[in-house]
Write a protein that binds this ligand. Sequence first.
Ligand code: BG6
Length: 486
Amino acid sequence: MSFDLVLFGGTGDLAWRKLMPALFQAFRHGSLPAGGRILGVARDALDDSQYRALIRSRFNEVELAKRPSPEEFDRFAAMLHFLRMDLSQPQDYQRLADKLRERNADIVVMYLATAPSLFTVACEQLAAAGLNTENTRLVLEKPLGHDLASNRAINETVRSVLSEKQIFRIDHYLGKPSVQNLFALRFGNALFEPLWRRETIANIQITIAEDLGVEKRGAFYDSTGALRDMVQNHALQLLCALAMEPPINAHADAIRDEKLKVLRSLKPWTPQALGPDVIRGQYMSGKMGGEIVPGYRDEPGVNPQSMTETFVALRAEIANWRWAGVPFYIRTGKRLAARDARIVVNFRPAPHAIFHSPLGAANRLIIHLQPKDGLELHLLAQGQDNRQARSAQSLTPVHLDLDFDKRFGSERVGAYERLLLDVIDGRLNLFVRSDEQEEAWRWVEPIMESWRNDPSGPRPYAAGTWGPSAASAMIARDGHCWNEEC
Ligand code: BG6
């Protein structure tokens, strides 16, 4: 099968940081179908060989194990081509059409790795140039809009030129092996299903903590914030994977229908809940790895009076039979104490205590997403067999530890590699449908609205900590604590 992958934003940050390394890995693993061409598109005045030289130099910033040898790069680079285009110019799309006609590939993937403000014009112009044929697949990067209305506007334009099955909305968290394992855990194993409900689960915590700050993306981030950047998409997709009903099969729409039901069941915000149940924070200067790092407002590209949140913690509930009353706590932020994404499922304590168990010890399933990928099942066991322990009937916390990196090797297919191959194969399972996205925006909008009307702004937290103390107070109100605090 031949394919053309047109990479709009071909010299941009995403292209060289994520997409080119992922394409190279797919090439190295022999999974990229032969007969492919990757066509970088941007406004820069480059020819093919200059583009290849640019990509080659960028590979020096990729981790060593994922860097091509000179010989490997030469073979990979034979696929790389470049076309100079200004996305606002209709005649440039004609030139693209001519270029694609040279080969008439079986599949043409248009990957919009550009600013979202260009999505609408690019789609309209691709259609005007006749580039929305049956064999076209369109990939859209997040953020898709900045609120419900702008998201809908983009989706309407896109759907007016292509059918839903040709549209691949990326949420790269769904491409992570650890997230696919979450689906495997829930729907490939019967063990937890009877326990996966309100009767046995006390609360679920989703943490996506980053130790990095905003890096070079200050200007973008300052107009986005953690709610739009992480909660509306990645965190809610994780919540869907955790809370959805088993789909009738593994087809894309069967999975997406169930995720959509979760989003629709999220308890709507009331003005009373918005204050205590949603905490926003912004990092100040602090110590990380022994060094002082600047506060958010001192980062390049950030407004020195910025009110943008770099941290969000919230308490959600899903109003359905399975989950009524179970709090789902979501927490994400930049410059936190560690890079650590994990889901913690806290089970209810034994209904009647005949043993003495240490305070806070409970049955708990920890699903590590990154940097570690694995499962920990926490139980209580009879430990030391000494007289004191026997007479006190006291139990000790122990855990089973399943390390997927060790079991499967840490060189598993990365998120972007997997997702790019899925686009080429036409598999939509790990992509987000427009109605899911809209529902997620609908749910976060009241939060954005309440923040707009609240001059108090985000709460400060020192870089290198777990965020504002109000996030701990929020969860403590329910008698629970964040995993690292218990
Ligand atoms: C992106 C966000 O979607 O996800 C970034 O825009 C964030 O701000 C990144 O850093 C986190 O992804 P990962 O794979 O490093 O957890």
